[in-house]
Design a protein around this ligand. Sequence first.
Ligand SMILES: *[C@@H]1O[C@H](CO)[C@@H](O)[C@H](O)[C@H]1NC(C)=O
Ligand SMILES: *[C@@H]1O[C@H](CO)[C@@H](O)[C@H](O)[C@H]1NC(C)=O
Length: 589
Amino acid sequence: MCGICFMCGWSISAQMLQEQVLSCCSSLSNRGPDACAMTLVPITAEVVGLFEGCLLWLQGDQPTTQPLLDHRGNLLLWNGDILAGLQITKGMSDTQYISESLSTKEEADITSFLGNIKGPWALIYYQKHTQRLYFGRDVLGRHSLLWRLPSATSRVFLIASVCRQDDRVKEIPALGLYYVDFSVVNLAEEFTVNLIPWTHVAEETLLSMDSVINIKKHKISSCIQTRLNMCVPSIAIIENIKALPCSLDEENVKVLYLALEDDVANLLKILTNSIRRRVEKCPPKCRDCTNSTTKCVHTKVAVLFSGGLDSAMIALLLDSCLPESESVDLLNVAFPQKVPQNNRAKKLNTKKMSSSDDDSPRNYEVPDRISGRQCWHQLQELRPLRRWNFVEINVSSAELAEERESVIRHLVAPLTSVLDDSIGCALWFGGRGHGAVVGVPYTSPARVLLCGMGADEQLGGYSRHRARFTAAGWSALLEEISLEISRIHTRNLGRDNRILSDHGRAPRFPYLDEDVVNFLNSLPVWIKANLYLPRGVGEKLVLRVAAAHLGLTAAAVLPKRAIQFGSRIAKLENSRERGSDPCVRLVEK
Ligand SMILES: *[C@@H]1O[C@H](CO)[C@@H](O)[C@H](O)[C@H]1NC(C)=O
Ligand SMILES: *[C@@H]1O[C@H](CO)[C@@H](O)[C@H](O)[C@H]1NC(C)=O
């Protein structure tokens, strides 16, 4: 991952700019530990722009330092991955490729070029001869980008991947490509940001935007061309799918597999390709060997691993995408939970401690640890030639409180809820990969971290999908799926990207690959979620059948368990809180 930042202000000295960036964007370098650079560029007579880029080397034979200046004086900050869609010369980094491609392009060609990229990105691009600053996030909003717009009291404009907690800083909505035209904008008085929206963005969404944003009439089309299939099943189909088996035991899996054979085969093919792209674009060196000249024999790819369906499938399919000699780290995070006690022990305990039960014994055998271990055993049986490192990450309450206060709350910001806190903390410790492998202390050196984000939203995996279906049927389920996908960038992805990138790795999300999204959009909803079937079978049906068919029998039947519950972090905190409440622990003390 990389960290990128731009800042400018009205009559602010270069030194002031540098000081401000240093104080609010100090964690940029965690995202890009391999090289950092800063450039100051005069934009108008009164405005100087500061560009900073911190790089994690992911593509090309050599790391490419940022900001990258071309022969025309244009500057590029690129925090992205071109995974497909455009042909990059072998050995070249995607940063070099984009800089060269954009150097001669004007607006219409810039937008169509960016629309053709498959892969996640956030970008800041200054085009010198037009004095325009372009910036934005990919069509799904997989990478973080924040802004602080100029206000009456502070004539400063900031864009950054991540920023210290500050009420004035907001996430940039992933609605298209933005630009500021410094040949007409006068930072001292008024400020306008132009937005060229993605074609699929709803008019209501655009109408509800801040008034400094000027929405352009023309639009950008992205590589997500297939709209969500909104068909509801006919009476004949309903009869058929109601008659499908209600469990995933061996005999029933055969029946279900026959019923879904083509869809399962297509899903496996497309998902495997998505995983392959995400591990092939990686240097032959782990995070710790960047500067070493000897051959790196360490793990380069890790999976955020609960042992649930989504992560289990990624791990299994990953096996076919990596050379046999590469080991894989399975990162499994747990927070202390109370040891379940029998009644007698419980009585003894309550007698001893009348007022508080905080001292009751705790361990890390949480649901995700148990399912993770079980799935790890199954992976070892199914793919015995691979070395699978099951990394047990135990996080004490004290360490949680300390890291939240000093680091995590700044990464979660500008999001603020109890849910953001618990998911953010669980992901941060999981992604850090600091734990033990069969009892021996171990820190994962992987450069790439594969995560299961996006499967539940698209495949109807949440309990609210079932609640909507039960209350109001197929159309309601489809509306819920459509809503979940459209807001995933504001609810989750920016936050998850800030959190997971803080360890100098690239989090990559195979279920949010453009081809996977197009394919899942095309499937009839009842293939994705047949909610006549019980919990643990019906949701994410096509993925479950694929998993069971491949032998991941334990993971296939696990109902959805969100990371905050599976890792037990939610129980560690005040259990009376609601997920949507503002979280007091995220606020500065
Ligand atoms: C690699 O070398 C560069 C330049 O000397 C240095 O800034 C960076 O921290 C080093 N990276 C690692 C992982 O040691
Ligand atoms: C983590 O917790 C598990 C389960 O409580 C325990 O078996 C293991 O030894 C712990 N690992 C470390 C490194 O503390």
